[in-house]
Write a protein that binds this ligand. Structure first.
Ligand code: DAH
Length: 357
C-alpha cells in the first residue's frame, strides 16, 4: 500500500470510530487517539520531516484535510451525543405535574375542626368590624365573677363548677376561667368605647359526662357604644349564623333568660333547618344587653354607654356545622378521628376563599 492509501485508510477508520462512539466519553477517547499530542493524525503532522521535499506540499495538504474532516466529524458526533444525553435526562427526570401530590407530612397533618371553626368565626366577625381580644386561662375571681356582677355568695357562682387554684400569699384565689366573659371586663377596663371585640378561647368547668368536657371553647362578643340596642345584637347574630352555616336565611328564637351580667338576658336558638334538620330548635348561645353594674364596675358611665354581649359554645357550633356526633371525641387526640373530621392545612374552607373541595 502506498502512503496515500494509508492516509485514506486511516481517515476511514477514524470516521468509523467516531460514528460508532456511543457515549461522549468514548468519543473523547477517539478524539485523543486521533488529535491528541500523541494521536495518529498529530503524528502524521510530525512525520512531515521525513517526507521527500517535493512531496511535502501535497502531503501537508492531505494531512490537513484529514485533520479537518476528523475534527468536523467529532464536532458533529458530539452534537448528536449531547442532545441524546439531554433527551435521556429529560426522560428520567420528567415531572408529571398532573399527578396527585405525593403523600408527605403536609398531607398527614390535620387542622382540628375547633381550630378551623375558630378561624371561620374570627373571619366572619372581622368582616363586620370586630377585633380579636384575648385574656388568660388563669383568671382572678374578681374578673371571672365579681366585676361581672356576680359578687361572692351570689347564687350564680354555684352554676359554674369552678377549678380553683391554691390561695396566693395575699389570700387571693386564682381560678381557671369558667367562661370567656372576663375578657369583656379586661377590654372595658383598658379600652375606650366604641368597643367591638370578640374573644375566642378555652374555658374550664368541673364537669364531665356525655355532653360536657372539663375544658371546652367559647367565643365572647362585646359591643359598647353610645346608642347600641337589641336590634344591633339581633342583626349581628343573624348575619353571623347565615355566614357561618352558609345559608341565605336562618330562623332564630330569642328566649328570655337570666345572666347576672346582662339585662335583659336571653338564650338564642336556631332552627336546625340551617343544618338540614328543620323543625328542631338548637340552643347556641347566651346574650343580652350589658348590665349597667358591669359597665360601672369597669369605670365607664352606664348613663352614657351601653351595649350588648354574647357567649357562644364553639364546640357546639363546630359539631353542628360539621356533623360531629360526640363532644368527648373532639378532645381524645385520636388520630383516626382527626383524619376523618380534620382539615388539610392547604385545603381549608374560608369565607373569602370558598368551601374546600
Ligand atoms: N358567660 C356565659 C356562660 O358561660 C355565656 C354568656 C351569656 C355570655 C350571656 C355573655 C352573655 O356575654 O351576654 O354561660
Amino acid at each position: 500500500m502506498d502512503a496515500a492509501a494509508d492516509l485514506k485508510a486511516l481517515e476511514a477508520r477514524l470516521l468509523t470510530e467516531i460514528d460508532n462512539a456511543a457515549t461522549l466519553a468514548a468519543l473523547d477517547d477517539v478524539r485523543i487517539a486521533a488529535l491528541g499530542k500523541k494521536g495518529s493524525v498529530s503524528e502524521l503532522m510530525a512525520g512531515i520531516g521525513k517526507v521527500p521535499p517535493e512531496e511535502k506540499k501535497a502531503y501537508g495538504a492531505t494531512v490537513n484535510t484529514i485533520k479537518t474532516r476528523v475534527s468536523d466529524a467529532l464536532a458533529a458526533r458530539k452534537a448528536v451525543l449531547d442532545s441524546a444525553a439531554v433527551d435521556a435526562r429529560l426522560a428520567t427526570e420528567r415531572a408529571d405535574v398532573t399527578l396527585p401530590v405525593r403523600l408527605g407530612p403536609l398531607s398527614e397533618g390535620r387542622i382540628h375542626p375547633v381550630s378551623q371553626v375558630f378561624e371561620e368565626v374570627v373571619e366572619i366577625f372581622a368582616d363586620m368590624g370586630f377585633a380579636v381580644a384575648e385574656g388568660p386561662d388563669i383568671e382572678t375571681d374578681d374578673l371571672n365573677f365579681t366585676r361581672l356582677n356576680i359578687p361572692p355568695e351570689h347564687p350564680a357562682r354555684q352554676d359554674h363548677d369552678t377549678f380553683y387554684l391554691n390561695q396566693t400569699g395575699d389570700g387571693a384565689r386564682m381560678l381557671l376561667r369558667t367562661h370567656t366573659s372576663p375578657v369583656q371586663i379586661r377590654t372595658m377596663m383598658s379600652q375606650k368605647p366604641p368597643i367591638r371585640i370578640i374573644a375566642p378561647g378555652r374555658v374550664y368547668r368541673i364537669d364531665s359526662d356525655a355532653t360536657h368536657t372539663p375544658m371546652f371553647h367559647q367565643i365572647e362578643a362585646l359591643v359598647i357604644d353610645e346608642a347600641t340596642h337589641m336590634g344591633h345584637l339581633k342583626w349581628v347574630l343573624e348575619e353571623f349564623c347565615k355566614a357561618f352555616f352558609e345559608v341565605d336565611d336562618v330562623k332564630m328564637r330569642f328566649r328570655a333568660s337570666h345572666f347576672p351580667f346582662t339585662e335583659p338576658s336571653m338564650e338564642v336558638d336556631i332552627d336546625a333547618a340551617a343544618i338540614g334538620k328543620p323543625g328542631r330548635w338548637l340552643e347556641i348561645l347566651g346574650a343580652g344587653m350589658v348590665h349597667p353594674n358591669v359597665i360601672r364596675n369597669c369605670g365607664l358611665d352606664p348613663e352614657k354607654y351601653q351595649g350588648f354581649a354574647f357567649g357562644m359554645g364553639l364546640d357546639r357550633i363546630t359539631m353542628l356545622k360539621y356533623g360531629i356526633p360526640d363532644l368527648r371525641d373532639m378532645f381524645s387526640a385520636d388520630l383516626r378521628w382527626m383524619k376523618h373530621y380534620g382539615f388539610l392545612p392547604l385545603d381549608i374552607p374560608t369565607i373569602s376563599g370558598g368551601a374546600a373541595g
